[in-house]
Design a protein around this ligand. Structure first.
Ligand code: THU
Length: 136
């Protein structure tokens, strides 16, 4: 699975976004250590706060299937079918990723159909409060 292939999986997932309120559609693709890809899209709700982001959808799908070892995440967002260059994950999603991923975990932010920028979870969430603080 190349980085661009993972971005393409995120772009496919974005097409499945349910975003009737914001119109902002997000797709995510999470590659696991076993080579599987779990995708996610945002799923909005009329009561607004039950909305779940694409990234957390992908993480929850993976964890609920028994996978916790992640190697890379690609994210794409934009209004409708558009791509907003480098849509970053929200704070909640960063925190959820920090539960399972180290600071060097690579995150690809899609810029266009063929381009992405690469950062790490540590870039996006420095000094994360992670499980190491709480676990016995
Ligand atoms: N959204 C995501 O799916 N991921 C993020 O990290 C940022 C925000 C979604 C939530 C909501 O459906 C829409 O984008 C607008 O905030």
């Amino acid at each position: 699975m190349t980085e661009l292939e993972l971005c393409c999986k995120a772009m496919e997932a974005k097409k499945r976004a349910y975003a009737p309120y914001s119109g902002f559609c997000v797709g995510a693709a999470l590659l696991t250590a076993t080579g599987k890809v779990y995708t996610g899209c945002n799923v909005e709700n009329a009561a607004f706060s039950p909305t779940i982001c694409a990234e957390r959808t992908a993480v929850v799908k993976a964890v609920s299937e028994g996978e916790r070892d992640f190697s890379m995440l690609a994210i794409v967002g934009g209004k409708g079918a558009c791509i907003d260059p480098a849509t970053p994950p929200c704070g909640l999603c960063r925190q959820v990723l920090a539960e399972f991923c180290a600071p060097d975990f690579p995150i690809l932010l899609v810029q266009s159909e063929t381009e992405f920028i690469k950062c790490t979870l540590g870039d996006l969430l420095p000094m994360a409060f992670g499980p190491g603080f709480v676990k016995e």
